[in-house]
Write a protein that binds this ligand. Structure first.
Ligand SMILES: NC(=O)c1ccc[n+]([C@@H]2O[C@H](COP(=O)([O-])OP(=O)(O)OC[C@H]3O[C@@H](n4cnc5c(N)ncnc54)[C@H](O)[C@@H]3O)[C@@H](O)[C@H]2O)c1
Length: 471
C-alpha cells in the first residue's frame, strides 16, 4: 500500500472531486473542501453532484474512509501535507483567466498555515501564477520556509475523468526544489511505480504494473505552459479539421475520408480530428483565450490562437445556415435537438455548441424539443422550458412530428438510433447532423435527407438539392 499522505483538495467540481476520490483510491487520506455548503451536504450524504463514469462507485467506496468533505478550510489546511487548489479559473472580460478564486483561496490558506505545506496548482492557470501565489502568501505574512508552490496541471477529460486520473498519459510536476518534488513523487507513487494497477479492484485501463504512469518534472513556469499549450493544440486540431471540412464541402470531398487518411500518419493521429460543431466545455474556449492573453501580455504575437477561436465560432454559424438551407424558413418549424451537453458522456453544458445553436434557432422562431441523456436539468437553467423550448424524455419523443432532427452532441446513443422507427416518428425525414454520427449512404437507404459536416449533403432524389449558401 502507498506511503499515505494527508492531502487537502480545495474545490469539489469536476477536477477537485475526481482528484479527491482518486487520491483516496491510491491510498491517501483526503479532505475535500468546498465553500458551496449545498454541494458539500450532497457529497457528505453520499450524493454525486456530477455525471461521471465510475464516480458513484468510487465515492461510495471511500466516503468516510479515505475521503471526507467539509466547508472548513482552516482545519483542513492544518491537517494536511499537500494542498491541491482545484477551484474554477473562468474566463474574465478581457479573455484572461479570472484568478480571483485562486487568490481568495490562497489568502485563506495563509491565515491557517502552521507548518511546512506544499501548495499545488491543480486548476488551469497562466504562467507565473506560481509566483503570484508565493507573493500573496508573503504579503499575508507567511514565512517562506513554510511552503513551496508546485504546478501539477490536470489533463482529465469529462466523461472519462476517473479513468484519465488513474491512467494518465503523463503526470506533470513543475516544482522549485527537491523537497516539494519528493512529496509529489510520494503522492503519485502508486501510479508511477505501478503498484496500484496490480492491486485487487484497481480500475483497469491503459496503464499497468509493467507500463505505469510517467512523471515529467519541470519548472513551475514550464508546467503551467504545458497545460495551456496542450489544450490550445487540441483545440487547434479540432479547428483545423473543421476548416478542412468546409473546404471538403465546397469541392464535394468527404472530410471523414480525409481525416482517416491524415490520422493514419502516426505523426498526426486520429484523435481530435473529428469535424463537427466545434469544441466547447469549460476548458478549451477559456484556455485558448487565456493562453492568447498571456502571450500578448509578454509581448508575443500568437495569431494562430485567434484563428483557432474564430474557426470555432464560425462553425456554429455554418451549421445554423445548414438548417436554414435544408428547411427554408424556421418560424414555427418543430425541430428535435438531440444533445445539449458540450460532448457525449457528460452533463456539462458550459460553452456547449449545442446550447448556442439552439439559442440561435429559437431566435429565428423555431420550436425546439430537446433531449439529452444527462444534461437536461442543467440545460433548463439556461434554456428554461417554454412554449417554444420543450424537453422530452427520450429521443423518439423529441423526434415525434418533427420537421427535422438535429444531432448536436456525440452521445453514443445518437449514433445507434433505430432509423426505421425514427422515420416513422418524424413529420419529415430530415436529419441535420452536427457530429457526423452516420454514413450518408445509410441515411439515404432509410429514406432520410441527410446533411452533415464536411460531406456532400444527401437530399432525397425527388426533392432535389437546394443551392448551397455561401457562408
Ligand atoms: N473540467 C475539466 O474537464 C477540467 C480538466 C482539467 C483542468 N480543469 C481546470 O480545473 C479547474 C477547476 O475546474 P472544474 O471544472 O472542476 O470547476 P468547477 O466549477 O466544476 O468546480 C470548482 C469548485 O470550486 C469551488 N470553489 C470556488 N471557490 C472556492 C473557495 N474559495 N473555497 C472552496 N471551494 C471553492 C466551487 O464551489 C466549485 O465546486 C479549472 O481551472 C479548470 O480549467 C478542468
Amino acid at each position: 500500500m502507498a506511503d499515505s499522505v494527508s492531502v487537502c483538495v480545495i474545490g469539489s467540481g469536476y477536477v477537485g472531486l475526481v482528484a479527491a476520490v482518486c487520491f483516496a483510491e491510491i491510498g491517501h487520506r483526503v479532505i475535500c473542501v468546498d465553500n458551496d455548503e449545498a454541494r458539500v451536504k450532497i457529497l457528505r450524504d453520499g450524493g454525486v453532484p456530477i455525471f461521471e463514469e465510475h464516480l458513484p462507485e468510487m465515492l461510495a467506496k471511500h466516503l468516510g474512509r479515505g475521503v471526507e468533505f467539509t466547508t472548513e478550510l482552516a482545519a483542513a489546511v492544518r491537517d494536511c501535507d499537500a494542498l491541491f487548489i482545484a477551484v474554477g479559473t473562468p474566463q474574465g472580460a478581457s479573455g484572461a483567466a479570472d484568478l480571483s478564486y485562486i487568490e481568495a483561496v490562497v489568502a485563506e490558506v495563509a491565515r491557517s498555515i502552521d507548518g511546512y505545506k506544499v501548495i499545488v496548482e491543480k486548476s488551469t492557470v497562466p504562467v507565473y501564477t506560481n509566483e503570484w501565489i508565493r507573493r500573496v502568501l508573503y504579503r499575508h505574512g507567511v514565512d517562506p520556509s513554510r511552503y513551496d508552490v508546485v504546478s501539477n496541471p490536470e489533463f482529465l477529460r469529462e466523461g472519462t475523468a476517473i479513468k484519465d486520473f488513474l491512467h494518465p498519459d503523463r503526470i506533470v510536476v513543475g516544482a522549485p526544489n527537491e523537497r516539494s518534488i519528493e512529496l509529489l513523487r510520494r503522492i503519485y507513487e502508486p501510479l508511477t511505480s505501478g503498484t496500484y494497477y496490480s492491486q485487487p479492484g484497481a480500475l483497469p485501463g491503459p496503464c499497468n504494473s509493467e507500463c505505469p504512469a510517467k512523471i515529467v518534472v519541470t519548472s513551475a513556469q514550464s508546467a503551467e505552459i504545458i497545460k495551456h499549450a496542450s489544450n490550445a493544440f487540441l483545440a487547434l486540431k479540432i479547428s483545423f479539421i473543421n476548416a478542412v471540412a468546409n473546404l471538403a464541402e465546397a469541392v464535394d470531398a468527404d472530410v471523414e475520408d480525409i481525416a482517416e487518411g491524415m490520422g493514419l500518419d502516426s505523426r498526426i493521429g486520429h484523435k481530435f480530428l473529428r469535424a463537427g460543431l466545434g469544441y466547447g466545455g469549460s476548458c478549451f474556449p477559456k484556455d485558448v483565450a487565456a493562453f492568447h492573453q498571456v502571450a500578448q501580455q509578454y509581448g508575443v504575437e500568437f495569431q494562430l490562437l485567434r484563428e483557432i477561436r474564430k474557426i470555432n465560432e464560425t462553425q456554429k454559424e455554418i451549421f445554423f445556415n445548414k438548417v436554414l438551407q435544408a428547411l427554408w424558413t424556421l418560424r414555427g418549424k418543430r425541430l428535435a435537438a438531440l444533445g445539449l451537453a458540450f460532448k457525449g458522456n457528460t452533463d456539462d453544458i458550459r460553452e456547449s455548441p449545442a446550447i448556442d445553436v439552439i439559442k440561435r434557432l429559437l431566435e429565428a422562431g423555431a420550436i425546439v424539443t430537446a433531449y439529452d441523456p444527462a444534461a437536461m436539468e442543467r440545460a433548463k437553467e439556461v434554456l428554461p422550458p417554454a412554449q417554444n423550448m420543450m424537453y422530452a424524455d427520450g429521443l423518439f419523443d423529441a423526434a415525434q412530428d418533427a420537421d427535422a432532427v438535429l444531432i448536436l452532441t456525440d452521445w453514443k446513443e445518437f449514433g445507434d438510433i433505430d432509423l426505421a422507427m425514427l422515420n416513422r416518428a418524424v413529420r419529415f425525414p430530415i436529419v441535420i447532423d452536427g457530429r457526423n454520427m452516420y454514413k450518408p449512404q445509410l441515411m439515404l437507404e432509410h429514406g432520410f435527407t441527410y446533411v452533415s459536416v464536411g460531406r456532400p449533403a444527401n437530399y432525397l432524389a425527388q426533392e432535389g438539392k437546394p443551392r448551397k449558401f455561401a457562408n
